[in-house]
Structure formats: structure tokens, C-alpha cells
Design a protein around this ligand. Sequence first.
Ligand code: ADQ
Length: 459
Amino acid sequence: APFSDSPVGTGRLIVVSNRIPKSNEVPAGGLVNAMHEALTGAGGLWIGAADPSEQALDGLTRIGSGDYDRATFAITEAEHIGYYLGYSNSVLWPLFHHRPDLLDISESEFEAYAAVNRRVARAIASTVKPDDLIWIQDYHFLMVAQELRALGIANRIGLFLHIPFPNPTDVMALPQVAALSSWLAAHDIVGLQTMRDVTSANEVLRHDPKAQVLRGGKWLRENRTFSVLSFPIGIDAEKFAKTAEAARKPDLQLADDAPLLIGVDRLDYSKGLVQRFEAFDDYLSRRAKGDPRPTFLQIAPPSREDVAAYQEIREELERTAGSINGAHADLDWTPLRYVRRHVDRDLIAGLYRRADAALVTPLADGMNIVAKEFVAAQDAEDPGVLILSHFAGAAEQMDAALLINPFDKRSFSDAIDRAIHMPLEERRERHQTLREGVFEKDIRWWTDSFLARLSQVRP
Ligand code: ADQ
């Protein structure tokens, strides 16, 4: 347990994230899995949102204990709409993904967000002890640290933002733009995925006359210093590679020589799915007719279906998929398979391993851990090719992938062609480089480096 060896003494780790596992099962999936790992090592308390209810009282409800404790804070149905669907996912999410055109701003939703953030701060304040480290996850809780400071909590507080940080121009579309730097400044460490995000955050802070940059990249604001640093999130590479190796060969009813392309995403407008389908369409129209017929399997279960922008992207995607198959399918060939249901991780791992190429081509993405999972899942002797968007945070670490611009259909479809025909030697070289990075900077590395930095701060 690296965290318990670190110089935090007797303190606990207190983690806050919107989503929290409600049962004692070992959770799957990016953020939730990372927090589970961190807390299993360190011990502590994990706080997350309860299912919405009629009434929301202050305080925490214990929902489990083992290596660490879990507890929920209450939210009402109206707060779920305002705090979660509203301000978090119809304001902050689109804005931080460079889509100010999709903003849906309402004053009451911000009020619900602020109210939930205040309730979370009061809940933490009621249980925190002086040596505890507080680690806040993601854009749902940007105001919690400021509320904690207002309650007199002097503990070390870290924030990790899993999504991109907006640039100074986009951020002007946020009604609360003037408050953003005071929210950030209430933490000791603000962790972002990439150096590009750190640059954007520093530029935004530079516009705040109260914020002053110190040596070593630290900031001083109203008698508090804080740092903005990049901690690119990783995966449990070893475990994922083992899962992929052990996975049964998925039965896809494909010819052995048929190239398989794969995409795995939550259905979200930031993931560039329409552009991806169109690039595949372009590839199909131009491919050499003698080549084996490729299949592109896209797995994309809907998310946040109560937000209008998500219904629209879903409809657009279905139309596009239909017209591509309409144009290219044959009696014995469906070039595009679009699967909307949730698929188990074991099966996903097996599919990655069978695939000849992965299309990880978001228009904006904090990191994108599918890129790392795909690399970990490959057979090093005969690895598949990663096609990766410049706009995924992962591109900063994974430049041995085929990097593409998802907006440029022709060069994207050229990359698909190149991936399908890439000689074994080149595939191995690229994969080896990628694999080393994914295994070295894994999820352990990420939690350890964040918590080491946070625990070095003098409370
Ligand atoms: P997400 O936007 O959710 O996360 P991502 O990083 O791609 O995106 O992680 C998705 C995870 O869910 C992966 O582990 C993937 O395997 C799994 N998954 C996706 N679709 C699935 C499906 N159909 N069935 C089963 N599993 C599926 C946010 C940020 C990212 C950042 C992560 C972690 O938006 O940029 O990488 O947090 O910080």
C-alpha cells in the first residue's frame, strides 16, 4: 500500500465522486475502478451521490465497509435535474469539451449545483479529521473545496478533473466564469489530464487579476497557494492484459482474413462517432475491391438520455449507420455493426484482442482509456493498430499510434487503409512503444503520483 507508506501519518483518504458503487462488488470502469484501487491501498472513506429521493437531508449514509468505507449524500429529484443533468452535463460538460453551441444555461440549475456542492462540503466537514487528505473527482464538484474553506476546513484538498480544461475564449460562455478561478484556488493541487489542459488552465488563471503566478508554476491567490499539474490517468494494464489473454475468442461469424475494426464508447457527442462512421464510409467507397471485406464493430451504449443533445446525437448516428449499410452491404456482408447494448468487460477485452485496428477518434476527450485498454489487450506477436485522434488527451503520451484529425475525412480514411495494410514489423514496433507507456504509467502510477504530491503539501 504505497499511500500508507507516504508521509501522511495517520490521516485517511476521503474521496468524493458523483458515481459510487452501491454494492460490495469490485467495480469495473475507469474512474470508479481507479478510486477503488486507491482506497484499497490507503483505507479511508468514499463519498458519492445517493439515488435521487423526495427529500435530501444533510449528512452521510453509510452503504458499505471493508478495506474502506462508503457513504452517500442525498439529492432530490429536482437536484438531480439541476445539478447532474443540468449544470454538470448541459453546461460544464459541453463547455469543457469545446462545444459552447450546446450549452443549455439556466439560473436554477446552477443554484441546484451550488446547493449540492454545499451539502457535500458540510458532509465532509462533519467527518473530516485534521490529517485527512480530501480528493475530489471531476466537474460535478468544482465548488466543494471553496465551501470547505468557508467552513474553516484547512485540510489538504486535491481536485482531479477527468475532462479537458477549456481555453480562455470558450470559458467566457460560462455565466460563472468570474468565480471559476476562486473555485480552483480553494484546492492545494488541481490535477488535469494533459499538459495541454495545464496550459489552458494557466491561461484562464492569468486573466484573473487576483491570481499571481509564482516560481515553479505555483499560483498565489488571496493568501493561498496552489498548483495546477498534469497527471495523465492510466489503467490496470497488467490485469487488463490478462483478461484479454484469457478471454474466449468472440464468435463474430467473420471470415478468418476479414479485417475487424473496433470502437468502444459511451454514446456522447464528444466521441466523434458520426465523423468516424463517415470516414469508414469514405474508406469503403475507395477501398481496393480485391481486398478482404472489413467489418467495423462499434459498441456505444446510450448515456445521459435525458439530455436533449444526447438524443440528437443518437438519432444522427442511427441515420448515418443505416445509410452506410444501405450503400455498401451485401447478402453476406454487413460492413458496419452498431451495437447499442452494454457489453461485459471480458468480452470487450476479447474483442480488442481480435481486432486489427481500434478507432479511438474523439473530437475532445480528457484522456480516453479505451486507447490504453486496446493496447494492453493486444497479442505482442501480432498486434492491432491504434488509430487515435489528436484531440484525445491520450495522444500526448501515445504518439506511436496513427494520429489523425477526425474532422478531416479523407486523411482519416487513409489511416484506416494504412492500418489494415500495415506490415507486421511496423505494427510490432508501434505496439511495443505504446505498450511500454501503458504499463509504466498505469493506474497505480497515477494514484500514487497524485497522492504523493498532495501529501507533500503543508496543511
Ligand atoms: P469516459 O468519457 O467515460 O470517461 P473513457 O476514458 O473512454 O471515457 O472510459 C470509458 C470506459 O468505459 C472504458 O473503460 C471502456 O472500456 C468502458 N466502456 C465504454 N463503452 C463501453 C461499453 N459499451 N461496454 C462496456 N464498457 C464500456 C472520462 C473522461 C475520459 C477519461 C476518463 C478517465 O471523459 O476522457 O479517460 O474519464 O479519467
